[in-house]
Design a binder for this molecule. Structure first.
Ligand code: DX5
Ligand code: ZN
Length: 223
């Protein structure tokens, strides 16, 4: 189990008001967020569509927080430079969308960005050991990606624990993030299993007080 005080909270703006993104971002640092999680959807890898590099570039001046860009798109390797130029600090690709995962992670690192891999709920961690040196982040999906507000799938908990074991072996520091259905109840479960980044959309932006919601996630991680 990681040091709970080192757990990061990454609000997903998918659940925020897209017409007020600048104001939302401007308040997130004071509200206690560590990263901003940006969900990019293409209508092909997932059924939904959101935004791409131009909108991320427009968001960039409104906060100093790192941009954690979650690409739910096919052929992500074609768009890495555009997301890097738009202001991404970390770029996460889905393993299910990458024929040449090693090459894609190396390309993210060559752009000077942190490299992440996302795993759908049914996807095993097999194979990640072979790209471990290129990985800064694993994003464990605890819902089927595409929409906010879905229920947490507890079957992913043993996968988080297996990843924590992998992270403890040789290699650079590895963050283990969990995305989907994270709230004050499930946050404690995923941190106990080994996660150290909490991605949360509705639990943060569905609350009347964003700072209070982030504080409740952090407190749940310490329980
Ligand atoms: C789902 C996205 C998530 C989403 C989480 O495909 O990757 O980041 O915003 O939303 P909640 O926290 O509402 O489940
Ligand atoms: Zn996400």
């Amino acid at each position: 189990m990681p040091d709970a005080s080192a757990v990061l909270v990454a609000p997903s703006v998918l659940a925020a008001d897209f017409a007020r993104l600048g104001d939302t971002l401007a308040g997130l640092e004071a509200a206690g967020a560590d990263w901003v999680h940006l969900d990019v959807m293409d209508g092909r890898f997932v059924p939904n569509m959101t935004f791409g590099p131009p909108v991320i570039a427009a968001m960039r001046p409104h906060t100093r927080l790192p941009f954690d860009v979650h690409l739910m798109i096919v052929e992500p390797e074609k768009h890495l430079e555009a997301f890097a130029a738009a202001g991404a600090d970390a770029i996460t690709v889905h393993v299910e969308a990458c024929t040449h995962l090693h090459r894609t992670l190396a390309a993210i690192r060559a752009l000077g960005k942190r490299a992440g891999v996302a795993l759908n709920p049914a996807t095993p961690i097999a194979g990640l050991a072979y790209v471990r040196d290129l990985l800064d982040l694993v994003l464990v999906m605890s819902v089927n990606p595409g929409f906010g507000g879905q229920s947490f799938i507890p079957a992913v908990l043993p996968k988080i624990t297996a990843l924590r074991e992998l992270a403890g072996l040789a290699g650079p520091p590895l963050r283990i993030a969990v995305d989907g259905g994270i709230d004050a109840h499930t946050a404690g479960q995923v941190v106990a299993a080994g996660a150290d980044v909490l991605v949360a959309g509705s639990a943060v932006f569905g609350a009347a007080d964003v700072g209070g919601a982030i504080g409740r996630l952090r407190a749940a991680a310490l329980d």
